[in-house]
Design a protein around this ligand. Structure first.
Ligand SMILES: C[S@@+](CC[C@H](N)C(=O)[O-])C[C@H]1O[C@@H](n2cnc3c(N)ncnc32)[C@H](O)[C@@H]1O
Length: 262
């Protein structure tokens, strides 16, 4: 039986029938089983086993995350990675979190480092609602700018103009001369490579990309980096690190490549 405690909610991988041993030992209000995570928005399908509320506040790495586990996902396996990235951010960096969710990466960066700004883009309105709540909960309104939309085209108008730049600049106190970033986090799996072109186009000369991919183990050292090199079209791509996050499925790993692109 696998279990994890998220705030005051216990998440089980199957229904054991008798829940009393959990209820007696753990301080939880609710017990759920996550059946599946659906689609691009990563929406969970759950079975409520005990209690009523599926909303909670989870504390991790000194950050508070308000979330509803019937609406948004939480990946315990990414805990160390969330903190690892926060520690890499230098003072005054402008960071783009392309798949921000409820602030999984943006929150620790804003709390533990000193970026000039983190632009956090999220497509799922439910996740976006909690992203905005978490910015207030962690008092990082001056650091994180949340944007609801598709990271692929949020900065593009129908004519291809960066129509949001003026708005973003106004809200962020004119920190953007043009829309480009010192660091871009691509914290999404399965189809992340579809977004590489947009990400590389938004990266400063010498900027750092954190590219997530679920990859067959025998291809870890080749497929992800080759995808980046191919899309970077002649730019210099320096591989800084390959981080193994977790087993994704038998023979498949979730990895993150840190690359510098000049
Ligand atoms: C749930 S997170 C992945 C887990 C996270 N990296 C962690 O540390 O636990 C991925 C998020 O990307 C969002 N997303 C997917 N496609 C997107 C897109 N094109 N633009 C913006 N957000 C997107 C999903 O809605 C989801 O909230």
């Amino acid at each position: 039986m696998k279990w994890k405690k998220i705030g005051k909610i216990l998440v089980l991988d199957h229904n054991p029938g008798d829940l009393s041993k959990f209820l007696n030992k753990l301080d939880v209000d609710t017990i759920i089983k996550i059946k599946k995570i659906h689609g691009q928005h990563r929406e969970p399908e759950i079975e409520l086993l005990h209690g009523e509320t599926t909303e909670t506040i989870h504390k991790e790495n000194g950050c508070l995350y308000n979330l509803d586990l019937s609406k948004v996902m939480w990946s315990k396996g990414n805990t160390n990675e969330r903190m690892r990235i926060a520690k890499l951010v230098s003072d005054d960096e402008i960071v783009l979190d392309m798949f921000a969710g409820i602030g999984y990466f943006s929150m620790p960066i804003a709390i533990h480092s000193n970026p000039k700004k983190v632009i956090a883009i999220e497509i799922n309105p439910n996740s976006f609602k909690y992203l905005k709540k978490n910015i207030i909960l962690n008092k990082v309104q001056s650091k994180i700018e949340p944007i609801l939309g598709d990271c692929e085209n949020v900065f593009k108008g129908s004519s291809g103009d960066n129509y949001n730049l003026n708005n973003i600049n106004l809200r962020c106190g004119n920190v953007f001369k043009d829309l480009s970033f010192d660091r871009i986090i691509m914290g999404y799996v399965k189809t992340t490579h579809h977004y590489l072109n947009s990400a590389i186009g938004l990266l400063n000369d010498g900027g750092i990309l954190h590219y997530h991919e679920t990859v067959p183990d025998k291809l870890i050292n080749t497929r992800p980096i080759n995808r980046i090199i191919e899309i970077a079209k002649g730019k210099e791509v320096e591989l800084l690190n390959i981080q193994n996050i977790k087993k994704y499925s038998p023979g498949v790993s979730h990895v993150v490549l840190d690359v510098k692109i000049s």
